[in-house]
Design a binder for this molecule. Structure first.
Ligand code: NDP
Ligand code: ZN
Length: 179
């Protein structure tokens, strides 16, 4: 990434901010949802050393189709095929049940592209840190524990994509499971 990427990055953040404008995270403070995709992109840059602009854009956009009315056609129009395909790879099929989606993430993780694995790792790092910071409304310790167990099953298959992010995830799991 370089200076001339800045307009594309700001355009992407603006697009995501508009799409997520009415959404909040599940934490008790009801943090604006856009903090999450921006934070995921920041983890990739600051902690993963990732410089691939397509990956950064896909990170900013990664929950737009899953959680808003955004379509892949719309993303393709605005950002092109490469960025859209990364988002496609990290988007769960909303026609399936929560249980099926969780199972498929475990089943499919290792078959994802390098770019998609990077977004997935940073997404999980952000969510696990969020869960460490505060329990979402309506969650109990058991549910947080189950989330960490599931996240580890997904993440342990994709550590090959980025060493720094893998170390970060492994530390989150080790500290949570207390070992
Ligand atoms: P959800 O998938 O419902 O919630 C976790 C997701 O919410 C994250 O992956 C993240 O996704 C998003 N999110 C938004 N705000 C936060 C936040 N502050 N911290 C962390 N994540 C946040 O939860 P589960 O993983 O529990 O999925 C549901 C599954 O749990 C089902 O399989 C169901 O059977 C089970 N379940 C268990 C219960 C229990 O008590 N044990 C109760 C109910 C269901 P994103 O990156 O997309 O924003
Ligand atoms: Zn996410």
């Amino acid at each position: 990434a370089c200076n001339s990427d800045l307009p594309d990055i700001i355009f992407t953040i603006d697009f995501a901010a508009q799409k997520h404008k009415d959404q909040r995270r599940k934490d008790p403070d009801k943090t604006p949802y856009i903090n999450h995709p921006i934070g995921v992109a920041n983890i990739l840059i600051q902690e993963g050393g990732v410089e691939d602009l397509e990956v950064i854009q896909a990170a900013v956009l990664h929950d737009t189709v899953e959680d808003t009315d955004t379509t892949f056609e719309e993303l393709e129009e605005a950002f092109g095929k490469s960025v859209t395909n990364i988002v496609r790879e990290v988007t769960d099929n909303k026609l399936l049940s929560k249980e099926e989606r969780k199972e498929l993430q475990i089943k499919n993780a290792s078959h994802k592209s390098h770019q998609a694995k990077l977004v997935k790792m940073a997404d999980k790092i952000y969510n696990l840190r969020d869960l460490n910071r505060a329990l979402p409304e309506g969650w109990d310790e058991k549910r947080r524990h189950e989330y960490f167990v599931w996240a580890q099953k997904v993440c342990c298959q994709i550590y090959d994509a980025n060493e720094a992010l893998a170390t970060c995830l492994q530390k989150l799991f080790t500290e949570f499971f207390g070992k």
